[in-house]
Design a protein. Structure first.
Length: 448
């Protein structure tokens, strides 16, 4: 058994990498809708642009996840962050380009929008970022590598807290920086710089977690072949058969519990995609919020999740089954989505409070449960395919959310509420289905 020792193999570097990646990503959330509309787009184009990232992540995440099983998590994380940096560079170029009209449309389905040259470049940027956007699944696989059964729940809680911290600072910083004379350009510049910092941290501070590949240490630009070498050591793969080393989708789906967990992965991302597609449009049109208002709203949500995923889950680790955390979280999330359909500011903050509590309890517990499936040489593939399930859901959710909001408005959040009720039912149905009946002793001698 691989023993995790905080002092010799600290999870701090991977938490830092995850935090930096989320910070760079979340910076653009409060301002993207304003960038899209300023460049000629509308809610429909915003939804399509949002779906572009998960569509190409759906293609790239399993490839990167399986690749990380072969050549190591560290190398794939570098590849992913390099793609993210390129995407932000293209974003900056798009903001500098003249708004040359390519075509326009005004239909009942799409609404009124103008497709400009900068908008097309934004789509290209999202394609690059999406295809190399397997960093989340690879980071989760890395955490699974260095975690034991005793500290797994706590570690995934801390990973969730680092994600939430990124979401606290990102939107808040974006709202402040976007109000300067440089406008939306300054947050994008910062996101690009953050991506470069993430690459440096991975190369210099993150040890390879997969003991079956060579840790090449620091990245030597003159030794490109050395960086991508695949040289297996004498390690735990020796006790795995060729069939057990198979990490194809068919093999992954045969693992106990994986089909249900992938289904929950899909449904969760579908519901949250409706939220992320509808909320910015809701905020900018009906509520008349600025990017600062939306940034504060999202930052408040993330502060609560930090408390839940950090100290609270660390305290509760091992005391209650992951299944019950997921079920309780689903109830909170269903209630919060329902309350989001009310435009009252107090009700909205109650809704986002419940959403944060629910997400803080459910998602780290879910990822911890997923990381326990399969064998140690399948985690990259399992996390990658799971990420693909989320991406597949996001493709439909973001597009559908943008379209539905144009027609039914805030009622789109009620659909998300129903999805979490379905998750709750699935979790408990599977739980009671898999419980073995306890036979009663026939005599006192059989009582231990």
């Amino acid at each position: 058994m691989r023993v995790f020792n905080f002092f010799t193999k600290s999870i701090f570097p991977i938490l830092l990498v995850n935090f930096i990646g989320i910070l760079g990503y979340s910076i653009v959330i409060p301002i993207l809708i304003f960038i899209v509309t300023d460049l000629g787009g509308n809610g429909f184009i915003y939804g399509i642009l949002g779906a572009t990232y998960p569509f190409f992540q759906f293609i790239g995440a399993p490839i990167l996840g399986r690749l990380s099983d072969r050549i190591g998590r560290k190398k794939v994380l570098v590849i992913s962050q390099a793609g993210t940096f390129l995407a932000w560079a293209l974003f900056l170029v798009a903001l500098l380009l003249p708004k040359i009209t390519l075509w326009s449309s005004n239909t009942e389905l799409t609404g009124n929008y103008i497709m400009t040259l900068p908008l097309v470049l934004l789509f290209v940027a999202r394609i690059f970022d999406g295809f190399t956007g397997g960093n989340v699944s690879v980071a989760n696989a890395y955490l699974s590598d260095v975690s034991t059964d005793e500290d797994r729940d706590k570690n995934f809680g801390l990973m969730g807290a680092s994600t939430s911290l990124g979401f606290v600072l990102g939107p808040a910083v974006a709202g402040i920086l976007a109000s300067t004379f440089l406008g939306e350009s300054l947050p994008i510049m910062l996101a690009a710089m953050i991506s470069l910092i993430a690459i440096f941290v991975i190369v210099r501070r993150l040890p390879e977690s997969n003991p079956c590949v060579v840790d090449t240490g620091g990245l030597n630009v003159k030794s490109f072949r050395r960086f991508f070498q695949v040289e297996h050591k004498d390690c735990y793969t020796d006790d795995l058969t060729a069939e057990e080393n198979d990490n194809s989708l068919v093999k992954v789906l045969r693992q106990k519990g994986v089909p249900l967990l992938f289904g929950i992965y899909f449904l969760t991302f579908l519901a949250f995609s409706l939220f992320y597609a509808g909320l910015p449009i809701y905020a900018s049109t009906i509520l008349n919020w600025s990017s600062i208002d939306l940034g504060i709203f999202l930052a408040y949500s993330s502060v609560i999740m930090i408390v839940v995923q950090g100290p609270l889950l660390s305290y509760l680790s091992g005391k209650i089954s992951n299944i019950f955390y997921i079920a309780i979280g689903a109830v909170f999330l269903s209630t919060s989505f329902y309350l989001l359909s009310f435009s009252d500011i107090v009700m909205l903050y109650i809704a986002i409070t419940l959403l944060s509590l629910g997400n803080g309890l459910m998602w780290p517990s879910f990822l911890s449960l997923l990381s326990k499936t399969g064998n140690h040489q399948m985690q990259g593939a399992i996390q990658g395919y799971g990420n693909s399930m989320g991406s597949f859901a996001s493709i439909f959710g973001l597009v559908l959310g943008g379209i539905l909001f144009e027609s039914i408005g805030v009622k789109v959040f009620m659909i998300g509420s129903g999805i979490f009720i379905l998750i709750f039912v699935l979790i408990f149905w599977n739980y009671f289905k898999t419980q073995k009946p306890i036979s009663k002793p026939t005599s006192e001698a059989q009582v231990v």
